[in-house]
Design a protein. Structure first.
Length: 606
């Protein structure tokens, strides 16, 4: 009514499908010049006059039909047609994505055209702009607001799991050497989901991981009813393997969900499967990110060539500042798909397309099929680990992951009671200024010993030692230096991250540099080195970590501080002594009676 016209069409900044008609359009001083038939409004009799002129086929171009009517001046005036030049009613996204912003109002969200400062009530997306339309649909009109958060997250959900849980096929993909794989596999068995409703497909592309798969199989075969493993000998490409796993669910009518997970996903929430199923979406992924980084398993937008672009809300979603269920154009690494979707809209094998990576191919096919993909950050699900720079030339390669995957390294190798040093004051003092505290897990102790024995080049406890400056050791031990196995940088980082905070607690006011020239593992045995004569250490302070158990692995041994006539004869595995080095704490290694004793030692701040 305000336009004083009978029919109003949406306006576009681009002319299509026939650019030769551009000169026939009326000139406009301000606003969009060209018609977009995706949206129109008007009085029914006048719209009827327009559609009565249709004498074409059902599959002919309606955009061209309406355009020819509009550019005919007589018809335009007779019916009284205009365009919504400044997007007061209709906002077309074609060629205009950059001018459309979200306007957050109290309890609702609107689209704002920043070029004309209008608030259109209808947003139209066609062709490639449908992705941006989905993005706007995550908010408009009240799907997500700053006051209420996600108002649609509970819609369409299964409020309660039915008595018989849906059957789920889990597809596991190990496509490159991956740190901490045994823990990844173990987490599959701790999912909070009835094991009789699960079956597993594993594609392992790495010979290195076959030993881990074998151990998992021995544990899982009596827990999971059906496990299929495809190994590197099959020479399947990643796309072929992913198609195979998905097709196992597609062909099995009893398979109600397909859960795909890559080996670089650390799924810390055992309820993940239930939470995803409850959201009742055709395709949904849990948000997982690299610890401390913005890297995640989804993209909020795509560039014109179909690759990554950062959406306005990406950082807020990753950081949990906006929480909800989000329609997205790309996801990877871990996701859940309804089996019925695989048997209807997505019947084909979709991981192969042109030269695209399998995940890119799958998402592009899903978009073109009109199957929406969602990501949820309503819960904490886990994280992604880095597989970059993973060196598999060692015996226990994860020991070297302190830089690349610090959270997983800490979870695996630091004693679970370490944090109590600072909260519960569990540090003991068995001798004056000798502090005793938990530092390593049993896994760390075992793997460090295994690594040294695998290397095997024990020094033999000789005075002549080419490994040290000057080539002579006054008080030699039968040892291997961390430098010899290439662990020195990682060990020094461990000292700075985990030993330095303890130092500050027990030696108040002393700030360690966290530097040590000598870091080594000592091996005590009756036939090579039974004991160690009294000596001072060339350090400001020393750490001495027990790597195995007295009474089980060896008898005897221990440490005596002579000035205080104080001995510690029952060191605890994974616990460290910390004591001053070069002046006050003359000490000796007590004789071992049988077995083999291992300790890790660092002379810190020499």
């Amino acid at each position: 009514q305000e336009t004083n016209h009978k029919v109003v069409f949406a306006a576009d900044g681009l002319i299509w499908p026939d650019k030769k008609l551009a000169d026939k359009y009326p000139v406009v001083r301000s606003g969009k010049r060209f018609l977009n038939s995706g949206g129109f409004i008007g009085y029914a009799p006048y719209i009827n006059r327009i559609v009565q002129q249709w004498n074409l086929q059902d599959n002919d171009d309606d955009q061209l039909f309406y355009t020819k009517i509009y550019v005919d001046p007589l018809t335009r005036e007779h019916i009284n047609i205009t365009l919504d030049h400044k997007c007061t009613i209709f906002q077309t996204l074609n060629g205009a994505i950059d001018e459309v912003l979200l306007k957050f109002e109290e309890g609702k969200v609107r689209a704002r055209n920043s070029a004309y400062e209008t608030l259109p009530v209808t947003v139209l997306g066609n062709g490639p702009t449908k992705i941006h339309l989905n993005y706007l649909g995550n908010y408009i009109p009240n799907a997500w607001t700053r006051e209420t958060g996600c108002s649609i997250c509970e819609r369409r959900t299964f409020m309660k799991m039915r008595k018989s849980h849906p059957r789920v096929k889990i597809g596991v993909f190990i496509e490159q050497p991956t740190p901490f794989l045994p823990k990844f596999l173990d987490r599959l068995l701790t999912l909070d989901y009835p094991k009789e409703a699960l079956s597993i497909f594993i594609h392992n592309n790495e010979v290195y991981h076959e030993k881990h798969i074998k151990k998992f199989w021995e544990k899982a075969k009596n827990i999971i009813r059906n496990i299929k493993i495809v190994g590197p000998e099959e020479n399947l490409s990643q796309a072929e393997a992913r198609n195979m796993g998905m097709d196992l669910c597609r062909q099995d009518k009893a398979c109600e969900y397909y859960f795909s997970i890559d080996a670089d996903v650390v799924l810390t929430n055992p309820k993940t499967l239930k939470l995803l199923i409850e959201q009742n979406r055709k395709i949904i992924a849990p948000l997982v990110t690299r610890h401390g980084k913005l890297w995640s398993n989804f993209w909020g937008a795509l560039s014109p060539d179909g690759y990554y672009a950062r959406s306005e809300d990406y950082v807020d979603i990753v950081q949990g500042k906006r929480v909800g269920v989000w329609n997205i154009p790309y996801m990877a690494n871990v996701y859940l798909i309804k089996g019925q979707t695989l048997r209807s809209e997505m019947k084909e094998n979709y991981f192969t397309r042109d030269k695209l990576d399998p995940d890119m191919a799958f998402c592009r096919n899903a978009r073109e099929m009109g199957v929406f993909m969602y990501i949820t950050n309503r819960h904490e699900f886990g994280r992604l680990i880095s597989t970059a720079n993973y060196n598999t030339s060692h015996y226990n390669n994860d020991l070297w992951q302190i830089f690349e995957n610090p959270v997983d390294w800490k979870e695996t190798y630091i004693n679970p009671n370490y944090s109590k040093i600072f909260t519960d004051n569990i540090v003991e003092q068995p001798c004056p200024d000798v502090f005793w505290f938990p530092i390593f897990s049993d896994t760390a102790c075992d793997e460090l010993v295994e690594e040294m024995e695998h290397f095997g080049q024990w020094s033999g406890g000789k005075h002549q030692d080419s490994r040290i400056s000057g080539g002579y050791e006054n008080v030699p031990t039968d040892d291997i230096h961390m430098k010899q196995i290439g662990l020195d940088n990682e060990w020094l980082h461990f000292i700075r991250e985990f030993i330095a905070p303890v130092t500050l607690k027990v030696f108040a006011g002393y700030y360690t540099k966290g530097y040590a020239l000598l870091n080594f593992v000592v091996k005590y045995s009756p036939d090579r080195q039974r004991s160690l004569r009294p000596h001072h250490d060339s350090s400001t302070f020393t750490i001495n970590i027990a790597l195995n158990k007295v009474g089980e692995d060896f008898q005897g041994g221990g440490c005596k501080f002579l000035r205080y006539n104080c001995s510690i004869e029952s060191p605890r595995k994974g616990w460290s002594f910390m004591h001053p080095g070069r002046l006050t704490h003359l000490h000796e290694g007590l004789p071992i009676l049988n077995g083999t004793r291992y300790i890790a030692v660092s002379f810190i701040d020499p």
